[in-house]
Design a protein around this ligand. Structure first.
Ligand code: CP3
Length: 347
């Protein structure tokens, strides 16, 4: 379905710039991963972190969903904690749990032990991106990083958290340490993004998976400036920047604007409502509820058509889910969604 001559002329990049497109581009967060039998096969016997640092595996896994679903973009196969491990933080990814640390972040001394990320710490990332981009041809690669708040929460809680109480306690109990930690994480995130772009990624996405747990006031004062800084550091790279968070309906007006070219929308607000909250002047990405991929096809079809219709109110729309593909999703349904998006949106 890709008729572009190069990734910079692809439907994804054009839609992200608010330019006309022959059809709405579509890709899925977590399109590479456990929903695909071919992923489970190549991942067998390798830990997640090892897989993320092995260019052969990263290349193969990133390309799998592009081959199978004919999506309009690849998402780099990695994890938000890969750059943290690369700077020497003792962090692991536990199957079925997510990132975990034996010794969580607590003090100024812990911060002093976190160095800046440099490209020579992750030569494998550069190599993986280069190989993927060569194989993809005119299909764009989306690079990504975790946003400072989500990274900070994993470091401080020591793993996934329901309430983020230790994180909020540090944010308010020692705001100076909080801001210094987030400034460091913001630079690690932006460097990780720059490395991917410099190796050939055509767009980037900043994932703030936990931002929806914050009050608007905390988000504005303690979090948003650091996310903006991470995105702003890409300004001279001339690639679209997507800013996505989960449960961020109330935060959309703040996430919009400065630094973010495209606002990623989760499934809890309609795309129409989200476009209004963003101000109507920015491209958006989203936002089919990933759980609805388990519903009967006529339900899915109606939702896809509604989202495409609502997306026309924005200067650009990239079709995606409202969060990642769930592991038990039938991949056949994902392929059908791609075909439907292309068919319904063809101009
Ligand atoms: O297609 C893609 O999106 C692939 C790349 C990708 C992964 N993680 C692969 C992965 C991306 C973009 C991420 C980002 C990520 N990682 C986020 C932000 C996005 C989001 O979902 O909110 C977060 C919060 C993490 C941290 C993390 N890593 C979690 C919560 C988990 C799941 C734990 C589990 O096993 O349920 C991981 C592990 C992980 N990252 C897997 C994959 C494919 C599963 C590992 C496996 O296959 O064993």
């Amino acid at each position: 379905m890709n008729t572009a001559a190069s990734p910079s002329d692809s439907t994804l990049v054009r839609a992200a710039r608010g330019e006309s497109v022959p059809h709405t581009p579509v890709w899925f967060m977590r399109q590479a991963g456990r929903s695909l039998p071919e992923y489970r096969e190549v991942r067998a016997g390798t830990t997640m972190m090892e897989a993320c640092r092995t260019p052969d595996l990263v290349t193969e896994i990133t390309l799998q969903p592009v081959r199978r679903h004919r999506v309009d973009a690849a998402i780099f196969f990695s994890d938000i904690v890969v750059p943290l491990e690369a700077v020497g933080i003792d962090i692991d990814i536990e199957p079925g749990v997510g990132p975990v640390l034996d010794v969580p972040f607590r003090s100024r001394e812990d911060l002093d032990r976190i160095p800046e990320l440099t490209a020579d710490m992750v030569p494998d990332i550069t190599e993986s991106v280069r190989r993927i981009v060569l194989e993809l041809g005119a299909t764009p690669l989306v690079g990504f990083a975790g946003a400072p708040f989500t990274l900070a929460s994993y470091l401080i809680e020591g793993g996934p958290s329901k309430n983020h109480e230790k994180t909020k306690s540090l944010m308010h109990g020692d705001p100076q340490l909080w801001h210094d930690l987030c400034a460091r994480l913001s630079r690690i995130a932006s460097t990780f993004l720059q490395i991917q772009v410099d190796a050939g990624a055509s767009a980037v996405q900043l994932f703030d998976s936990w931002a929806g747990f914050l009050s608007k006031a905390d988000y504005r004062e303690h979090v948003l400036p650091h996310s903006r800084a991470a995105l702003a550091a890409l300004a001279d790279r001339d690639v679209p920047r997507i800013h996505f968070g989960v449960g961020t309906g109330e935060l959309l007006p703040d996430m919009a604007g400065e630094g973010a070219d495209v606002i990623g929308v989760d499934y809890r607000v309609s795309l129409a409502e989200a476009i209004e909250r963003v101000g109507g002047d920015q491209p958006v990405q989203g936002n089919l509820d990933p759980a609805l991929l388990f519903a009967p096809w006529d339900v899915i079809e109606a939702q896809v058509r509604r989202i495409l219709a609502e997306g026309r109110a924005a200067p650009g729309h990239i079709f995606n889910l409202g969060h990642g593909v769930l592991p038990d999703t039938d991949p056949v349904v994902l392929t059908r969604v791609v075909e439907l998006v292309h068919e319904v949106s063809a101009r």
